[in-house]
Design a protein around this ligand. Structure first.
Ligand SMILES: Cc1ncc(COP(=O)(O)O)c(C=O)c1O
Length: 469
């Protein structure tokens, strides 16, 4: 089948913006993936180590046997009933066990549904309409209106939502308005993207929300199941009122949830409506139960962080040896990192050369439980070879490029440091080390080895409109 055939029947050829050819090195990257297993995918007959991992949902590894068995068993018993299954309660109890704010749970299929439901519940509870947001929360109208891709959305929705800057408490406070006549129903934010909260940012927001009667929602669509202790709220010790979860909950099966304080979730007993045919679909619920059980018994998150750390550190030894570690580095936390290069051409050449050496990269690099030492070391060998080519063509990377540089769907946020005049380029957010060794103000190392209160990112993830193919 040709890509032209696909384009005839599927807009842009994809179901998800991040899978478009122009988000990769077009004309070099494969257009389709044929199959996947563990840490690997196969495309055009070649095997690659997979780092985009389906854009984050694959936490144990592709086609993981333990989860597969649970799904197959459930298929035998049917997957959609007209009355609830007891497995829904079983999973809701599990979520309440592992997610600190969860007292009640409603299951949905996607992260966008989970965040949309959370905002709707917050509006119903507070009887207010405005929302403050920080990060990316999906494709639905209430949120998309603050981004650039907003055709088809009533402009009036723009009056109801405003972004604030990550780790900038003054910016946040300036958007709160009058405490005695507060119009804000919800604050929704990702707990971290590129760096960690500094100066108790999350805790400050938590207490301001309480003071103003605002529902505090953590969007843990990416961070839940990937952050130590199962969630960023448990890891940082800050309890929101509601949480949105998606991505990794079912190791790739389509399931997410909105969960939170019973008193707030109970608006669903009245006229706040969150309901869908597939909400209790059981192949995904069985997958989520199996995923959680496996994670609880196999130190999955610890291993993912160790392997992520190894990737970051080993990559740094490569760039150190070439004298370019101030220009090329991995940003983010171990379970999800982002490559920073001086220009998109340098980055594209690196992606191309990694692909030639059997490593498939994406906008964000995720780690799964199947990414063991061998996989990481194989990756590092490939990356060393790829970086040698980049170094060789440092002054003119385009010369060695066989395709088109990738367009970034969600440009990495600019950091406050940039405004303050630190090193950064126009394409990427600047150097901020997880261990706080540069650009950071206060660094406190907790026992688990991750620096807290390190550097400030601007947590927004503005959408850059791609040029049409
Ligand atoms: C933090 C966050 N929230 C929400 C979403 C939306 O999830 P979905 O694409 O499953 O609708 C995403 C997707 O990338 C996300 O990263």
């Amino acid at each position: 089948m040709s890509w032209e055939e696909t384009l005839k029947v599927i807009p842009d050829g994809v179901q998800t913006l991040s899978k478009m050819p122009n988000k990769h090195v077009n004309r070099v990257y494969p257009k389709y993936i044929d199959r996947a297993k563990g840490a690997y995918v196969w495309a055009d007959g070649k095997k690659y180590i997979d780092y985009p991992l389906g854009l984050g949902p694959v936490i144990l590894g592709h086609g993981h046997e333990y989860v597969n068995r649970a799904i197959v068993d459930q298929l035998q018993d049917g997957i959609v009933y007209s009355l609830p299954s007891k497995k829904e309660t079983e999973l809701a109890v599990k979520i309440c066990d592992i997610i600190p704010c969860a007292e009640k749970v409603r299951f949905v299929k996607t992260g966008s549904e989970a965040t949309s439901a959370a905002v709707k519940i917050a509006r119903a509870y507070t009887k207010r309409e405005k929302v403050l947001c920080c990060g990316y929360h999906g494709w639905h109208d209430w949120f998309s209106i603050v981004n650039e891709k907003k055709d088809g959305i009533p402009t009036i929705l723009g009056d109801l939502i405003e972004k604030f800057t990550y780790n900038d408490l003054d910016d946040f406070k300036s958007k709160l308005g009058d405490k005695h006549n507060c119009q804000i129903a919800a604050v929704i934010m990702e707990p971290y993207i590129l760096e960690e909260p500094k100066d108790s940012f999350l805790h400050e927001i938590r207490s301001l929300c309480t003071e103003y009667g605002i529902v505090f929602i953590l969007d843990e669509v990416v961070t839940a199941f990937r952050t130590k202790k199962f969630s960023a709220q448990a890891y940082y010790g800050v309890t929101p009122d509601l949480t949105a979860i998606g991505k990794a909950m079912g190791n790739g099966m389509p399931i997410g949830c909105v969960c939170g304080k019973a008193e707030i979730m109970d608006v669903l007993l009245g006229d706040c409506f969150v309901s869908s045919t597939f909400g209790g679909e059981l192949a995904s619920i069985a997958a989520a139960l199996a995923t959680i059980e496996y994670m609880e018994t196999h130190s999955v998150i610890d291993k993912i962080w160790r392997m992520g750390d190894r990737l970051i550190e080993s990559f740094k030894t490569i760039t150190d040896s070439m004298g370019i570690s101030d220009k090329v580095y991995l940003k983010g936390l171990p379970p999800r990192t982002f490559f920073v290069f001086p220009t998109v051409e340098h980055k594209a050449l690196f992606w191309q050369e990694c692909l030639y050496r059997g490593v498939l990269l994406g906008y964000a690099q995720f780690i799964s439980y199947s990414h063991d030492l061998n996989v990481i070391d194989e990756t590092i060998t490939a990356m060393r070879g790829a970086m040698k080519i980049v170094r060789k063509h440092w002054d003119n990377p385009r010369q060695a490029l066989k395709g088109d540089p990738q367009e970034e769907t969600f440009r990495l946020p600019e950091s406050k440091e940039k405004e303050n005049g630190s090193k950064e380029d126009d394409n990427e957010a600047g150097a901020t080390n997880r261990d706080g060794s540069s650009n950071s103000k206060s660094v406190a190392k907790p026992e688990h080895g991750i620096a807290k209160n390190t550097v400030s990112p601007d947590g927004g993830r503005p959408i850059k409109v791609p040029a049409k193919l």
